[in-house]
Design a protein around this ligand. Structure first.
Ligand code: FES
Length: 116
């Protein structure tokens, strides 16, 4: 019997490597913050107390999404107005066409962990 396999919701049963990127208190509600993760800028957004991680570089022409605006679970790029869903990385409005990579994120004690 495999009791440990009881899957957590929203967590795919794959070999996701989570690494510490900061403290669990680093991102206040309604805010975004960028962390360096193995050479990539990863944005962690706190939407109504829930954390979402995604690559910070806009897929349009490379602006930092952290310089944009977070409204609920939608981030709007400050450069040309592309919008992404922070829960999935999906494009909600162009000119960007490609999604940003969404990453698993987790709080473990005082540690903020994100998918490598
Ligand atoms: S760089 Fe983000 S919309 Fe153009």
């Amino acid at each position: 019997m495999n009791v440990e396999a009881g899957a957590e919701r929203d967590e795919p049963e794959t070999n996701v490597t989570l690494v510490r990127i900061g403290s669990s208190k680093d991102v206040a509600a309604g805010q975004m913050r960028v962390f360096e993760l193995e050479g990539t800028k990863v944005n962690v957004a706190n939407a109504a107390g829930k954390l979402y991680a995604f690559d910070d570089t806009c897929t349009h022409t490379g602006c930092s999404l952290a310089r944009g605006k977070l409204d609920g679970t939608t981030v709007t790029c400050a450069c040309h107005g592309s919008q992404f869903d922070v829960t999935s990385g999906a494009v909600l409005r162009g000119p960007a066409r490609r999604p940003v990579r969404s990453r698993s994120v987790k709080v473990e004690g005082e540690n903020l962990l994100a998918e490598a």
